[in-house]
Design a binder for this molecule. Structure first.
Ligand code: GDP
Length: 364
């Protein structure tokens, strides 16, 4: 999963991104993450892996991972080429979801590029850049489709949809906020528009305000109101605290969070929110060599889920041996679960569930 961090300058993006790279997954497991300076890879926290590791005494544990892309440099006028505008916009095209960092902390020492702290205006500034960029694409597409439609009437619906989108964009609305049918959504996905990407607004609050997740912060209230009308999520963090947490080991981290009265780090909450926003689940594989979590879209059938491991697994799929994580743990071992009939053989139509522990059988 790829997430892009965007936001105006001086809102806390680098602080958050540095915390992410610091907390980063072991690079041995993710060789590519040491290459690109603007990509941070973190492990998806999953307590089930430790339980399976205990059971199988595996050589390796590999959690699922998320790639965070630091897309700094988005400023007012980016769509017109201000700054390195278009370059940054094209980076957004590559990610599956947007984490839009918004400044909700007051600090007179830290300049705000727009003069004062005002999350709604900041969000509009960034969103408008996405909207302008999309509008350009849609207008070109309309011209092309109008030509093609003369010989291909099947494009009528697409043209209608394009015009609907154009209207919304011209009013300054993101494509994400449009109420579209599933068929229309499918067409829209193929356009890969920036303002159609699922979005999480990350409210960056002060060290004081994070203690109750920004409940007393007036800007967070406004942010939540805006997000609820936009099909977007809000996660409240304190980037500075995240930076401190990132330097601690697992035990110290928990102690530090307890002191602050927090259950989980902002990063862990961001990962959870991203999973839920994108409709993702994890299935597990376990053996003496390796215990591992794999991220898939909820609703995938067994062969496609297998394809996540290797395309051969999908092509040559025969069947899957599946036991639910909870059943496996309750029985104590795979053998015991099998004796109780809890290890099922599933075929090509089986829809994989979160926490399924799977062994795929396939032909090469
Ligand atoms: P970016 O331009 O969006 O990447 O912003 P930075 O991460 O560089 O942050 C800009 C300034 O705000 C830096 O001086 C940070 O130390 C400060 N900053 C970031 N997050 C917080 C925060 O949660 N609280 C406070 N007080 N300052 C912060």
């Amino acid at each position: 999963m790829k997430l892009g961090i965007v936001g105006l300058p001086n809102v806390g993006k680098s602080t958050l991104f540095n915390a992410i790279t610091e907390a980063g997954a072991e690079s041995a497991n993710y060789p590519f993450c040491t290459i690109e300076p603007n990509i941070g890879v973190v492990a998806v926290p999953d307590q089930r892996l430790a339980v399976l590791n205990e059971m199988y005494q595996s050589e390796k544990v590999i959690p699922a991972s998320i790639e965070f892309y630091d897309i700094a440099g988005l400023v007012r006028g980016a769509s017109k080429g201000e700054g390195l505008g278009n370059k940054f916009l094209s980076h957004i095209r590559e990610v599956e979801a947007i984490l839009h960092v918004v400044r909700c902390f007051e600090d007179s020492d830290i300049t705000h590029v727009e003069g004062d702290v005002n999350p709604l205006r900041d969000i509009e500034t960034i969103n408008l850049e996405l909207v302008f960029s999309d509008l350009e694409i849609i207008e070109k597409r309309i011209q092309k489709t109008e030509k093609l439609i003369k010989s291909d009437k099947s494009l009528i619906e697409e043209l209608e949809l394009l015009k609907l989108i154009k209207e919304a964009l011209e009013e300054g609305n993101t494509v994400r906020t449009l109420d579209l049918s599933p068929e229309q959504q499918k067409i829209v996905r193929s356009f890969n528009l920036l303002s159609s990407k699922p979005t999480i607004y990350v409210g960056n609050v002060s060290e004081e305000d994070i203690k109750n997740y920004g409940a007393d912060n007036q800007y967070v209230g406004k942010l939540k109101e805006l997000a609820s009308g936009e099909n977007a999520e809000v996660v409240v963090i304190c980037a500075k605290i995240e930076a401190e947490i990132a330097e601690l080991d697992e035990d110290e981290k928990q102690m530090f969070l307890d002191e602050l009265g927090l259950k989980e780090s902002g990063l862990d909450r961001l990962i959870k929110a991203s999973y839920s926003l994108l409709g993702l689940i994890s299935y597990l594989t376990a053996g003496p060599k390796e215990v591992r979590a794999w991220t898939i879209k909820n609703g995938l059938k067994a062969p496609q889920a297998a394809g996540k491991i290797h395309s051969d697994f999908e092509r040559g799929f025969i069947r899957a041996e599946i036991v639910a994580f909870n059943d496996l743990v309750a029985c104590g071992s795979h053998g015991a679960a099998k004796e109780k009939g809890l290890v099922r053989l599933e075929g090509k139509e089986y829809i994989v569930k979160d926490g399924d522990v799977i062994l795929f059988r396939f032909n090469v």
